[in-house]
Design a protein around this ligand. Structure first.
Ligand code: ADP
Ligand code: ADP
Length: 224
């Protein structure tokens, strides 16, 4: 069974604007899916609904078979969301920041797991540094570590490379590739086609609230 199932999903905001229009597709466990589309296409709205932050106007999303609206308590623990901006106490250490995030998700402390996440993200040597001592790239890694702190099976990255330089962008791509080996299902949004083609197994193209296609990367390249 797919890990995420999206069925006839629509979202019309209270101002009357329709940000998602009858979107349906499945996401398989362990895959990397890129949602490609211009600004305003509806990518963040889609992610917000799957994460249970925004209510759909119509249709349904299930995560591991559970409805994201009515069974939010069950689905929230399955998901980690990497936002674009770091909103954390800059005077706290890397380890404490990530460990605290785990606590916020209602999980018991597990320093060994947190250390493993830091190692997976090449953050371990910065474990006891405060966030303000880190480079921009390292701070982005902390965002990912926080999202992984409660051992989610699904990781969302909202425009992981927006506004970063070329070197850091390549760095992020390698990081996503490495995370794949931990078995986590990864969904990222982007408006760079080369990013979607570079790291994803499948690419979904969204424009004006509609899902235009979802294709295996190789099939997509033949079409473009
Ligand atoms: P809902 O339809 O889920 O009730 P609302 O339309 O009430 O959502 O808006 C939720 C929040 O998003 C409000 O705080 C609103 O100010 C903000 N918002 C409104 N328009 C936009 C927009 N174009 N882009 C992003 N946020 C917006
Ligand atoms: P993307 O992530 O692809 O840039 P979004 O999902 O953020 O797209 O936004 C899709 C459209 O919905 C945009 O036109 C945006 O202005 C609008 N929108 C987002 N949030 C709200 C809101 N709360 N109220 C009204 N319109 C919104």
């Amino acid at each position: 069974a797919p890990i995420i199932s999206i069925n006839s999903l629509s979202k019309t905001y209270s101002n009357g604007f329709t940000a998602l229009d009858n979107v349906s597709f499945d996401i398989e466990e362990g895959e990397i899916l890129a949602l490609l589309g211009p600004n305003g296409a509806g990518k963040t709205t889609l992610i917000s609904i799957i994460c249970g932050i925004t209510n759909p106007s119509g249709g349904q999303v299930t995560v591991s078979g559970h409805d994201v609206v009515t069974e939010f308590r069950k689905t929230r623990g399955e998901i980690g969301l990497v936002p674009q901006e770091l909103t954390t106490d800059m005077f706290e250490t890397v380890f404490n920041t990530v460990s605290f995030s785990r606590g916020l998700h209602g999980k018991k402390p597990d320093p060994a797991y947190i250390d493993q996440v830091l190692k997976d993200l090449s953050l371990f040597e910065k474990r006891d540094n405060t966030l303000r001592e880190l480079s921009g790239g390292m701070k982005r890694r902390v965002l990912i570590a926080k999202a992984l702190s409660h051992q989610p099976r699904i990781l969302f990255l909202d425009e992981p490379t927006a506004g970063v330089d070329v070197a850091l962008r390549k760095d992020m791509w390698q990081l996503v590739e490495r995370l794949r080996k931990t078995g986590v299902t990864i969904i990222l949004t982007t408006h760079y086609i080369e990013e979607a083609q570079g790291i994803a197994d499948r690419v979904g193209i969204i424009n004006r609230g509609k899902l235009l296609l979802v294709e295996e990367k190789n099939a997509l390249m033949r079409k473009l």
